[in-house]
Design a protein around this ligand. Structure first.
Ligand SMILES: O=C(O)CCC(=O)C(=O)O
Length: 264
């Protein structure tokens, strides 16, 4: 359990790696007990889908032929928007001092929340979002945003690991086929990197980094939470109406949010 004063400082080589490559995989940010608790809370989130705040939304994946339903995710929940409204636990998750201080290290001293969502890969999940940058989905005056992907399961290549193209964030906005998708032939496959993650790892992805979700060829669902953060200096041009959008989380490198449920 972390308190407001407990910052997580990245090593200088981790900060440099993020600036050079546009992503960073942080191993075991959450320990075994924290992952156990988070998975319990997450199980409630994806099984108790009724009676939630109206602004929260769920999407469900049709069961895939030749794949089993994972009993942990019996409704095949594929995605959620604004899960941060679900409870104090999830509020404390996106305001976790460790994650906010990581964003201070990587983006700058003044950090706001951008939005929160769930991205699952049920058995047989096929990722049709393709290679993309998050930028066209969340335009601002400056590309000073990053996503923190918290993995709740071990997620390897066969099971839908996130894939990234190192250094792609240094090349500005990439051409797309439809405003969002970057054609496969623009992304040199020998250069991309598979982020094989363990439960409790967190990947940070720069808003301009070219990346994609992998497919899940296994009978076990993979679950992840994506919270996004921005500097206070960059101004929303996308019309962000997501829950807690723009909530100030750090100013002059000082963290602002108290713990609510004392879970993180
Ligand atoms: O789920 C993943 O592995 C990546 C998700 C992603 O690319 C996105 O939501 O923009």
């Amino acid at each position: 359990m972390a308190n407001i004063n407990e910052k997580w400082c990245l090593e200088s080589d981790q900060i440099q790696f993020f600036h050079d490559n546009g992503y960073l995989l942080i191993r075991s940010l959450y320990n075994y007990e924290e992952v156990f608790q988070m998975r319990g809370q997450f199980h409630q989130l994806i099984t108790q889908t009724d009676g939630r705040p109206k602004n929260m939304s769920y999407s469900f994946m049709d069961p895939k032929e030749n794949y089993e339903i994972d009993p942990f995710n019996p409704k095949n929940v594929q995605g959620m928007m604004d899960h941060v409204l679900a409870s104090d636990f999830w509020f404390d998750h996106f305001t976790d001092p460790r994650v906010v201080s990581i964003m201070v290290d990587l983006l700058g001293p003044n950090i706001d929340f951008h939005n929160g969502k769930v991205r699952n890969k049920p058995p047989g999940f096929y990722s049709d979002q393709s290679w993309h940058q998050d930028w066209p989905y969340e335009r601002h005056t400056k590309p000073e945003l990053a996503a923190a992907i918290t993995y709740l399961d071990d997620t390897g290549f066969e099971s839908g690991a996130t894939e990234v193209l190192p250094e792609s964030h240094l090349k500005g906005e990439w051409d797309t086929s439809d405003g969002y998708r970057i054609p496969d032939d623009q992304v040199p496959l020998e250069e991309h990197c598979v982020l094989s993650a363990n439960a409790g790892d967190v990947a940070i992805v720069h808003v301009l980094a070219v990346h994609r979700a992998g497919h899940n060829f296994t009978n076990t669902a993979r679950h992840a939470i994506i919270n996004e953060y921005k500097t206070s200096e960059t101004i929303d041009q996308w019309n962000n109406r997501c829950a807690f959008a723009g909530l100030p989380l750090a100013r002059n490198s000082e963290l602002l949010m108290p713990r609510v449920s004392k879970s993180f």
